[in-house]
Write a protein that binds this ligand. Structure first.
Ligand code: ATP
Length: 316
């Protein structure tokens, strides 16, 4: 059933003692697509993915991977599913390339380990034992091990955490190729640019449940664009917002939820239409205040803006 989803999670609940980690979560990940699961620390992402990987049994709800139950059908699923765990989950005493070759030998039709090692730059530390690898090297090896068996579904938990930019790009390239080959990829990440670049579909999870969901394009379009500017700290943002709203009314424009905030000292964001009239109004107001504008950018919202709006700015 090539059109059936790679992963379907329905009404998932999972608690650890009195802590509810996942609280009625629904999610579906297609084949040949990257599905990103985003959320603040402790949101329940890892627990959800661990239930999909068969590492934990749900308290309530169902999880299906390729139409099968990850725990009851574990043996059938094992050769068809790739898992890259956050801490690598690799045996530490073996040499890097030997480990990859050993994993490959467990599959009927593995990828060419030499070519994969070349792709992910593993040759430079091929004979180093896993315990001595740097964090980023270990991540690359774990990724190679998760895809060497040509899985139909891959779970990647923060795949490029701790990697240098070259490695990240190599990882992203590989993920794009897997997608083109029809693999369903479920990605948890804290890197908003990674999600924005790679994901076809995004789920934002908070407090164990999905608070927003859509194609990446839909989520980015869900809010208006923004004008960002730098000027002396402590400007009267309420007064600027009022001035902009008056301008909007005068030209019968819908400001689309206009707000002005000082995000960091001297760094301001105007949400809402970012058209020429708005930019002119902002610069005119600054001139009227007799303050110097030291930078101005106009842009669509990033996934990070959307994420912070949805989940708030407080630390968890
Ligand atoms: N083994 C465990 N025992 C007890 N509590 C746990 C366990 N694993 C996770 N939790 C708790 O469950 C909640 C969800 O954790 P989970 O690791 O699923 O979140 P997460 O979204 O992956 O977070 P992060 O982004 O920090 O990795 C948190 O409150 C966490 O403290």
């Amino acid at each position: 059933m090539p059109d059936s989803p790679a992963v379907v999670v329905s009404g998932l609940r999972k608690s650890y003692g009195s802590t509810t980690a996942v609280d009625g979560l629904d999610l579906s990940a297609a084949r040949g697509a990257v599905t990103a699961v985003l959320g603040p620390n402790g949101a329940g992402k890892t627990t959800t993915v661990e239930c999909c990987e068969g590492l934990r049994r749900p308290d309530e709800g169902t999880v299906r991977v390729l139409g099968l139950d990850p725990q009851d059908d574990a043996r059938t699923l094992r050769p068809r599913v790739g898992v890259m765990l956050q801490d690598g989950g690799l045996p530490t005493g073996v040499r890097a390339l030997e480990m990859l070759e050993h994993v490959a030998s467990m599959y009927a039709d593995p990828l060419d380990t030499d070519a994969l090692a070349e792709r992910l730059g593993l040759h430079g530390f091929a004979r180093t034992t896993v315990r001595r690898l740097s964090g980023g090297q270990r991540q690359r090896l774990a990724l190679a091990a998760s895809v060497v068996g040509r899985p139909e579904v891959v779970f990647l938990d923060e795949p490029s955490a701790g990697m240098d930019p070259q490695s990240r790009h190599a990882v992203w390239e590989l993920v794009r190729e897997l997608r083109a080959d029809g693999v369903g990829i479920v990605l948890t990440t804290h890197l908003m640019d990674e999600a924005e670049d790679l994901a076809d579909h995004v789920y934002v999870v908070d407090r164990g449940t999905v608070i927003a969901e859509g194609s990446t394009a839909e989520l980015l379009a869900s809010g208006a664009a923004a004008v960002r500017f730098r000027a002396p700290r402590g400007l009267d943002v309420a007064e600027l917002a009022r001035t902009l709203a008056e301008g909007d009314r005068a030209r019968r424009a819908d400001p689309g939820g206009r707000t002005v905030t000082e995000d960091a000292p001297g760094a301001y964001t105007v949400q809402g239409d970012a058209d020429a009239a708005t930019i002119a109004a902002v610069t005119r107001w600054l001139a009227d205040q007799d303050v110097l504008l030291t930078g101005l950018t106009v842009g669509r919202r990033t996934l990070e803006d959307v994420f912070l709006d949805l989940t708030g700015r407080n630390l968890r």
